[in-house]
Design a protein around this ligand. Structure first.
Ligand code: 5GP
Length: 317
């Protein structure tokens, strides 16, 4: 008989962070930089842990230059993928991150693949996903992954939930997966579902070590594609990595590793990404001030979520 798990599972929109007494005088006192040492690779990372999604339109070199972060090598889990990745990593010894990215991180084949990559690259930091439950986070970490990507179906241009009926509310997924990962000294990325700076703060509050954003970074100057002018409006194209647009562009390569399709949308042109980044970082600093966290790393320890029926006043939205 099918089982119904009646435990309450929540999304970012279902909660707010409760303000707490704080000795911080101003948001400029908040330190957003985090330092992590990864469990299996033993490599160390320092930086503000916000990552641009590995998608055609937003994951561009121009974006990376602004984010001034490192571009991990990303791979599916087939034999060809392994050969291709090996040749790239041999050619580019400075690349220290490997991202093993499949839509469904639950297959036994994927676990075996993570073990294979760990054996071949003992000192690279391996990110693996996507999953949404603690037991799978533990299995992937014990198989050699350092950072687990969490999120099935929350993405802005993702149609997994409507196509397959599969998914997990992102806030609960992050809380549960962070708990499992941290118990083993592993790390997680909350991947997808953030719609505003407040959601990024909630993801960190829920225990995410890194937050990955696609839609929030779309539509900027640094994104791929031209600005489209229509009816006096400036727009830019943004599409999911398994949308028709991506499929055509990559001639089937994407279809193999993404189970379900994505959307292609036109989003308002938002100017330079610098402004959006400052908006997100300003929001995060304020969140930390409201809950009394002097460092971003302390945010989850200071976070109490309250369940709400309305996040914001919609009169003028
Ligand atoms: P967003 O920040 O836009 O809500 O979510 C970004 C995440 O959506 C990406 O990092 C990736 O995990 C996921 N994603 C990107 N393209 C697709 C797609 O075509 N299909 C699905 N199912 N997920 C996608």
């Amino acid at each position: 008989m099918p089982r119904i798990d009646a435990d309450l599972k929540l999304d970012f929109k279902d909660v707010l962070l409760r303000p707490k007494r704080s000795s911080l005088k101003s948001r400029s006192e908040v330190d957003l930089e985090c330092t992590f040492t990864f469990r299996n690779s033993k490599q160390t990372y320092s930086g503000i842990p916000i990552i641009v999604a590995n998608m055609d339109t937003v994951g561009t070199f121009e974006m990376a230059a602004v984010m001034s972060q490192h571009i991990a090598v990303s791979s599916g889990s087939g034999q060809n993928d392994l050969e291709k990745m090996t040749s790239i990593l041999e050619a580019l010894p400075q690349v220290k991150f490997i991202c093993l990215d499949v839509a469904n991180g639950y297959s036994e084949h994927f676990v075996e693949f993570v073990k294979l990559v760990r054996a071949k690259f003992p000192e690279h930091t391996i990110m693996a996903g996507n999953v949404v439950t603690g037991e799978m986070v533990e299995e992937l970490i014990l198989s050699g992954a350092d950072i687990i990507k969490v999120g099935v179906g929350p993405g802005s241009v993702c149609t997994t939930r409507t196509k397959t009926g599969v998914g997990y509310p992102q806030l609960s997924a992050v809380i549960e997966c962070a708990d499992s990962a941290h118990g083993l000294k592993g790390h997680i990325i909350s991947d997808g579902g953030c719609t505003c700076p407040g959601d990024v703060a909630k993801a960190f509050g829920a225990g995410a070590d890194f937050v990955m954003l696609g839609g929030m970074f779309s539509g900027h100057t640094e994104c791929a594609g031209e600005v489209i002018e229509r009816n006096g409006q400036k727009l830019k194209l943004f599409y999911g990595m398994s949308s028709d647009t991506a499929m055509k562009k990559h001639a089937g390569g994407v279809a193999e590793y993404r189970a379900s399709e994505g959307k292609t949308v036109e989003v308002p042109y938002k100017g330079d990404v610098e402004n959006t980044i400052l908006d997100i970082l300003g929001g995060l600093r304020s969140t930390c001030t409201y809950v009394g966290a002097a460092k971003l790393k302390e945010l989850s320890r200071r976070a109490t979520f309250i369940r709400v029926t309305q996040q914001h006043n919609p009169v003028f939205s």
